[in-house]
Design a protein around this ligand. Structure first.
Ligand code: 5GP
Ligand code: ZN
Length: 115
């Protein structure tokens, strides 16, 4: 898939609206359109890389740094007790949008465990 028909590239370009929670030169984060919990956030590189293997290490490290800070911010924002942090990497692993993204899914005591 080219960046022209990638949903997340269109979000980066502002052609599809999103509820953006973070942006710098390399990474961006926005709320998931179909949240598994309040505050469910996606963290992406702005450049189009499909999977972790396709992503240069410095970009992946930058995205993970943003994810690390956002994890704390999201947890505090929704008063979560924990988070599931996950990358579905590749179609076989359940990746539906072929543009690298990390999920931050807030969890709450007694909410039933894994998504
Ligand atoms: P995956 O299964 O690829 O790891 O997760 C893709 C995620 O992207 C899903 O949680 C889905 O709800 C979210 N998503 C798909 N399309 C859009 C969209 O247009 N906007 C936003 N904000 N999230 C989206
Ligand atoms: Zn893309």
């Amino acid at each position: 898939m080219s960046r022209d028909d990638c949903i997340f590239c269109q979000i980066v370009d502002g052609d599809i609206p999103s509820r953006k929670v973070f942006e710098d030169d390399i990474a961006m984060a926005f709320l998931d359109a179909n949240p598994l919990a309040p505050g469910h956030t996606l963290v992406i590189p702005k450049a189009h890389h499909e999977t972790l293997e396709d992503t240069p290490e410095d970009v992946a490290a930058h995205v993970f740094g943003a994810l690390h800070r956002l994890n704390t911010a999201v947890e505090h924002a929704v008063d979560a007790d924990g988070t599931n942090v996950a990358f579905n990497n590749g179609e076989a692993a359940g990746q539906e949008v072929p543009h690298l993204h990390g999920h931050i899914i807030p969890r709450f005591d007694g909410d039933g465990g894994n998504p």
